[in-house]
Design a protein around this ligand. Structure first.
Ligand code: MN
Length: 263
């Protein structure tokens, strides 16, 4: 029907605008909900052992031919021992993520083994794709995470305790005891990812002027911090068998020299 009055014409004009607006709001809402619910996708089959040899790129890993899957595809023995300890931080993070353990591909889960010498530290870091439940096998262990209001939720965990580090939030663990500590982590992604607070800024090529302004630091300090975190990225490691007393002396010396350099 043709419009015969100005009022009707105006009404139709607004109706034409309202529909796209509604669609826009709906699309934005759906994208928002999808982002809020973002997690590893549900599996579409019983298992999908990751094929590390495939060149096909998908969200995750391509499934290995089920006819060629064997029971050993569902075993990972790499967590039996700690990896070599970080020389500076006195800890070892040994992960069973999908690239190490392709049997967990599409299952939305992974594990890690965390060992700490006395004064061992797992530095503040976060996982962009996973929440983390931590079980303390040998404690005590100082832990904490920081929420969006920069409030620190800190605890001293004893042997047998578990805690949670919510997805994407900064968290850490520190062994303030005199004996080694051990914890096992379960993470809600086959590939949680990890970013360290220091490395993710000073270990990068972010221009120095940006870092000087962000942290209110002098150019010299930024240069030294970049040098420190870029060397950490290269992964200086110590043997797990070395005595903690020797390491403690070495580390105190190293720490003092780095502090002197950094400041
Ligand atoms: Mn973590």
């Amino acid at each position: 029907m043709a419009c015969t009055t100005g009022a009707r014409s105006t009404q139709r004009y607004y109706s034409a605008l309202i529909l796209p607006k509604f669609l826009l709001v709906a699309v934005v809402a759906i994208i928002g909900i999808t982002m809020v619910m973002a997690a590893d996708p549900d599996p579409l089959q019983g298992f999908c052992v990751g094929d590390l040899t495939s060149n096909i790129t998908v969200n995750g890993l391509v499934c290995k031919n089920p006819a060629k899957v064997t029971p050993s595809d569902f075993i990972y023995t790499g967590l039996e021992k700690p990896l070599a300890f970080s020389k500076f931080y006195r800890n070892s993070v040994n992960t069973a993520f999908v690239m190490a353990f392709p049997g967990i591909n599409t299952q939305g889960i992974s594990m890690a083994r965390l060992d700490y010498l006395p004064q061992g530290l797992n530095v503040p870091h976060w996982h962009p794709r996973a929440s983390e439940v931590l079980f303390v096998v040998n404690g005590p262990l100082e832990v904490g995470f920081v929420d969006e209001n920069n409030f620190l939720w800190a605890n001293t965990l004893q042997t047998g305790d578990i805690t949670i580090f919510p997805r994407g939030l900064v968290h850490f663990q520190y062994n303030n005891g005199s004996t080694n500590a051990l914890a096992i982590a379960a993470l809600s992604s086959q590939n949680p990812g990890r970013q360290n607070s220091g490395n993710s800024v000073f270990g990068t090529d972010i221009p120095n002027i940006i870092l000087e302004k962000t942290f209110n630091l002098s150019p010299e300090v930024v240069v030294k911090l970049k040098k420190f975190f870029k060397s950490q990225a290269q992964g200086k490691r110590i043997n797990e068998e070395a005595t903690s007393e020797d390491q403690s002396k070495n580390l105190n010396r190293l720490f003092l020299s780095l502090l002197t350099e950094a400041l």
